[in-house]
Design a binder for this molecule. Structure first.
Ligand code: AP5
Length: 218
């Protein structure tokens, strides 16, 4: 599969919480040499550093609700103006509402492809319950589907893995409700724009990666 001349792609990863957006975005980022930008990770960083944005966002993220559009749009505007985005980028977790998608257009950003990873809710719950994250580099693993070499520490930076605070049953349920009511309408929105790639995210991690690469090369 070749991607000559396609390395400056502007991609969006769409899908429910736990669908595999972050994992696949990381793989594509390494393959294409373009940054993967996770609004969730930026917000968690702001919370950790107790910035004004972090203080505002904490209540929303802890409850599994969306952070207000204008805050997230501001975060993305700033991030996309950085030099490493000039050669393309992968948006992981943005946009998540129609107003966020419209804001991207208003910024004059032309998205090449929207990769929609589809996974049913039962699988999502299993994936998020078993997810473990590196608190230092942000790498994501799963206790069964994608374990680290020793099962405890990050393969890349050897920090002790942690469970994300919003990966508890109650918050997972509310994140799924929010996804269905506020984010799912983006599927029709991007179908209408003609750049949606629908991927069966219920397959194994490597099969899903293969399907994404194939769809991007078609
Ligand atoms: P965010 O951090 O974006 O979380 P999310 O959308 O809930 O998505 P996740 O990171 O939980 O899942 P993922 O799809 O990346 O799955 P992953 O690859 O880790 O956002 C968190 C919060 O921030 C939001 O709730 C909101 O409050 C706020 N926020 C962020 N963006 C916002 C926005 N634009 N607007 C407003 N608020 C915003 O995979 C999950 C697990 O499954 C892993 O363990 C992985 O190893 C495993 N796995 C992945 N693929 C497979 C596979 N094919 N088979 C088996 N296991 C797999």
């Amino acid at each position: 599969m070749t991607f000559e001349g396609e390395y400056n792609m502007k991609l969006i990863m769409l899908g429910a919480p736990g669908a595999g957006k972050g994992t696949q975005a990381q793989i594509l980022s390494e393959k294409f040499g373009i940054p993967s930008i996770s609004t969730g990770a930026i917000i968690r960083g702001a919370i950790k550093n107790e910035t004004p944005t972090g203080k505002l966002a904490k209540g929303y993220i802890d409850k599994g609700e969306l952070v207000p559009d204008q805050v997230v749009i501001g975060i993305i505007k700033e991030r996309l103006s950085e030099p490493d985005c000039k050669g393309g980028f992968i948006l992981d977790g943005f946009p998540r509402t129609i107003p966020q998608a419209e804001a991207l257009y208003a910024m004059g950003i032309e998205i090449d492809k929207v990769v929609d990873i589809e996974v049913d809710d039962d699988q999502i719950i299993k994936r998020l319950s078993g997810r473990r994250e590196c608190p230092v580099c942000g790498a994501t693993y799963h206790i069964e589907n994608n374990p680290t070499k020793d099962g405890k520490t990050c393969d890349k930076c050897h920090a002790q893995l942690v469970t994300r605070k919003d990966d508890n049953p109650e918050t997972i349920k509310s994140r799924l409700d929010v996804y269905h009511s506020q984010t799912e309408p983006l599927i029709e929105f991007y179908k209408g724009k003609g750049n949606l790639l629908e991927i069966d995210g219920g397959k194994t991690l490597s099969e899903a990666t293969e399907d994404i690469l194939k769809a991007l090369s078609d």
